[in-house]
Design a protein around this ligand. Structure first.
Ligand code: 3DU
Length: 245
């Protein structure tokens, strides 16, 4: 029997039961908690500063997302270090042939990542390989990028990519907070799967609009880590969306 998507269980049992391994359809899966609906995008390239910010906001966010800027400056061990204070999502935007996808996803998960972001445009074989390589960890597929250029190619195929992601068993999708109507479109296909939305603040999107349009989490980077008091900005954002999370 094919395993049901684990986020089905996320909705059935409620977010307070998440952040643990849950068992659906005979398979164990990780399930990120949803206490605040906020994910920090930690693109700070000064590793010491990054760790300080992570410690200051870890109790205000559901996960910390890291991307190439921090991994390239601090080294991949930063995944493990951060995983000691928070769930870590590696935003590697993996876009490659299935074998390379597997090697990258395994490398991130073995270092402590509980989620990995991959591109969906690579097609079904690469996406299936990512899901399989992730094991208990979560794969999030990018359907449409949040910057203006994201409209040129990715937006035109976002719905098809979301349908494919559902078939491949991804945990959820990355959809743009800069275009809440597009979050709505992806939500209509994603069902109970998670939607994580970047583009809040520095890119012009609003946390409240994204959550109201159907995002489960907003991803916020510069607005938090570039602030004089990252913890207080994270708290304010969490307060803004709390009634809807
Ligand atoms: O714009 P911010 O500083 O809040 O950072 C947003 C983060 O989310 C950043 O790491 C970026 O690479 C990532 N991201 C997008 O902004 C848009 C996408 O479509 C996918 C990921």
């Amino acid at each position: 029997m094919e395993a049901e998507p684990y986020s089905y269980a996320f909705n059935v049992i409620g977010s307070d039961m998440c952040d643990v391994l849950i068992n659906v359809g005979g398979l164990k899966h990780y399930c990120m908690k949803r206490d605040t609906g906020l994910i920090l995008a930690l693109d700070e390239t000064d590793a010491v500063k990054a760790m300080r910010i992570a410690a200051a906001v870890s109790d205000k966010v559901d996960a910390i997302k890291i991307n190439w800027p921090l991994i390239l400056s601090a080294g991949p061990d930063v995944i493990t270090q951060l995983s000691e204070v928070s769930d870590v999502i590696c935003d590697l935007k993996v876009a490659d042939i299935p074998n390379t996808v597997r090697l990258i996803v395994e490398g991130a998960v073995s270092r402590g990542a509980s989620g990995v972001i991959v591109h969906a445009f690579t097609g079904e074989d690469s996406l299936r390989e990512a899901v399989s390589a992730a094991g208990d960890a979560e794969i999030f597929a990018v359907t449409e990028m949040s910057h203006p250029g994201g409209g040129t190619f990715t937006a035109k195929h976002a719905e098809e990519m979301a349908e494919m992601g559902v078939r491949c068993g991804v945990a959820g999708f990355i959809a743009p907070a800069t275009r809440p109507d597009r979050i709505r479109a992806i939500r209509s296909i994603a069902g109970d799967l998670k939607i994580l939305s970047p583009g809040v603040g520095a890119q012009g999107g609003s946390a409240l609009s994204a959550i109201s349009a159907g995002a489960d989490y907003v991803i916020v980077g510069r607005t938090i880590y570039g602030a004089d008091d990252p913890a207080s900005v994270a708290s304010s954002l969490a307060d803004e969306i709390r009634p809807f999370v």
